[in-house]
Design a protein around this ligand. Structure first.
Ligand code: SF4
Length: 263
């Protein structure tokens, strides 16, 4: 009988340790806050609105959509349904037609009308001023609730975490969580002084739109102490002769990506 070789069992893949939020020193955090404040002394929410109800509506519509696009649509929305009572009684087909260009219009319509009905039925037609009450409204998660509390009522209950805050918090290494908005907010709350929560989020959003633009950050214009800064302006590495790559050239992992790998 030929011998049958025993199959080697593959070793179980090593589990990666859970990512910890990197340490952010008060000094570096202060430099980031000061840099952003100098760049954008007067910031505001760029969703055009006249009251808390309009801001809730605009923020619901802003999901997966630019503020500019939302601002093109909201004048007609607010003209036709100027308050929670009007929107609660709206024909969904008509709302869908008006907000169509903001994307995900069916779901947004459902949330807008559901939110307006909840305001009428449970809050006397007023936008509530607490996080738990806001979170009980259809279509309102922490981002929208933080936008409304901070911008409409000046209440700092948390930090707004949108796509720009997520991206910049990671580039600036203020969080160890690449995409979990709730955990990013918790990390930011630990390192940003409470009196800065509202303005800090606005400033990060403005920076993400004007300088640290997704996929083409203008690092040469950016004064922030950022570990992800592009190494622009450096002379290109000399091409090694065939078979003579130096140790330093081999050990330059960031040369291709153009990104520095440490602070
Ligand atoms: S240095 Fe560059 S990557 Fe870092 S925050 Fe500024 S623009 Fe963004």
């Amino acid at each position: 009988m030929p011998k049958v070789k025993a199959r080697k069992q593959k070793p179980a893949p090593k589990k990666k340790p859970p990512k910890k939020a990197p340490k952010v020193t008060p000094q570096r955090m202060g430099e980031i806050i000061d840099g952003l404040t100098r760049l954008y002394p007067d910031v505001h929410c760029e969703l055009v609105h006249r009251n808390a109800f309009e801001l809730v509506c605009a923020t619901i519509m802003s999901a997966q959509c630019t503020d500019d696009r939302v601002n093109m649509v909201t004048p007609e929305v607010f003209r036709r349904w100027p308050d929670p009572h009007a929107l609660a009684a709206a024909n969904p087909n008509h709302v869908e037609q008006v907000i169509h260009s903001t994307g995900f219009f069916r779901n947004k319509t459902k949330n807008l009308i559901g939110m307006a009905r909840a305001l009428v039925e449970r809050f006397g037609g007023e936008v509530p001023r607490t996080m738990p009450e806001l979170l009980s409204l259809p279509g309102v998660a922490r981002k929208t609730a933080n936008v409304v509390l901070g911008t409409a009522f000046g209440i700092a209950d948390g930090v707004v975490v949108d796509t720009h805050v997520t991206r910049l918090s990671n580039l600036l290494r203020l969080t160890g969580h690449p995409a979990d908005a709730v955990k990013i907010e918790q990390d930011l709350i630990q390192v940003v002084p409470r009196e800065q929560w509202i303005q800090f989020a606005h400033r990060l959003i403005w920076h993400g739109r004007r300088v640290c633009i997704a996929n083409r950050p203008q690092c040469e214009r950016c004064p922030l102490p950022c570990p992800s800064r592009l190494t622009v302006g450096k002379p290109p590495a000399a091409k090694p002769r065939a078979g003579a790559a130096s140790a330093s050239a081999r050990a330059r992992p960031s040369a291709r990506s153009g990104r520095a790998t440490s602070a």
